[in-house]
Design a protein around this ligand. Structure first.
Ligand code: AP5
Length: 241
């Protein structure tokens, strides 16, 4: 792989809405030659394509509620069977409940341990980030458009496409999403916390600093505290839990 020799990098980036999971997962995946698997992106693609699944989940997502465990587990199970995930992946937005976390353990079998990195950020900063997030309707790039700086009306700097808000990025819905996070997803931390493959990083730093801390956290789990994303991250730890 791009940075870790023959070691499968089975990564989960977890954290509340706006913590930077997607931003960091995209970068880590690109730098290490493994796919980013975002359940939010998969579901949004289904909604945009108007599929039966998309129609089933559209209203629920717009309200900030979670899609059912069985449905999302089946989607991830299929996705992890794809050849590009054989040498690892970065999961963004999955698992999100204890049953999903237990199902992921079952899916991986002997594919190696899951490294879970929690990205934490104070709630008010999360709200600020999410409300000011814009997505390019053409290329999908995510940008921040802070209120008052005039950038909310600008077009994508990458492709010129129109910048739009996600349907669940209003302040009211993001506060509901945070409640859902603390109620449904926070208990998952207890599920992983006692494992030697769990780490937490401070997400309230500039993106480059968060990226560096993530790389160091993953390298430390793999037994190479100097890992910088450009060199081998180390050998696989003996066990997961
Ligand atoms: P999902 O798409 O997973 O949304 P989320 O978890 O709420 O996370 P976000 O995408 O809002 O935030 P992020 O942490 O990725 O932050 P980002 O990097 O974009 O899920 C959406 C919905 O789908 C759910 O509500 C649910 O309905 C359904 N769903 C998905 N998975 C499910 C599952 N497993 N089970 C059940 N239902 C599921 O960054 C946010 C903003 O901040 C951006 O503008 C970014 O540029 C900026 N930013 C990032 N990092 C920094 C930084 N360090 N400093 C300043 N700004 C930053």
């Amino acid at each position: 792989m791009g940075g870790a020799g023959n070691v499968a990098l089975n990564l989960v980036f977890m954290g509340p809405p706006g913590a930077g999971k997607g931003t960091q997962a995209e970068r880590f995946a690109r730098e290490h030659g493994i796919p980013k698997i975002s359940t939010g992106d998969i579901l949004r693609d289904e909604v945009a394509a108007g599929t039966a699944l998309g129609q089933q989940v559209k209203a629920l997502m717009a309200r900030g509620e979670l899609v059912g465990d069985d449905l999302i587990i089946a989607i991830v199970k299929e996705r992890l069977k794809q050849p590009d995930a054989a040498r690892g992946f970065v999961l963004d937005g999955f698992p999100r409940t204890v049953p999903q976390a237990a199902a992921l353990d079952g899916m991986l079998g002997d594919r190696g341990p899951i490294i879970v990195v929690e990205i934490s950020v104070p709630d008010e900063e999360l709200v600020r980030r999410v409300v000011s997030r814009r997505i390019c309707s053409k290329c999908g790039k995510t940008v921040s458009a802070f209120p008052g700086d005039g950038s909310a009306t600008l077009r994508c700097s990458h492709c010129g496409g129109e910048l739009v808000s996600r349907s669940d990025d209003s302040e009211r819905v993001v506060r509901d999403r945070l409640k859902v996070y603390w109620r449904e997803t926070q208990p998952m931390i207890a599920f992983y916390q006692s494992r030697p493959t769990y780490r937490a990083v401070d997400g309230a730093q500039p993106p480059d600093r968060v990226r560096d801390d993530l790389v160091k956290a993953v390298a430390a789990v793999l037994g190479n505290p100097v890992g910088d994303g450009k060199h081998a991250l180390g050998s696989r730890p003996e066990k997961n839990a």
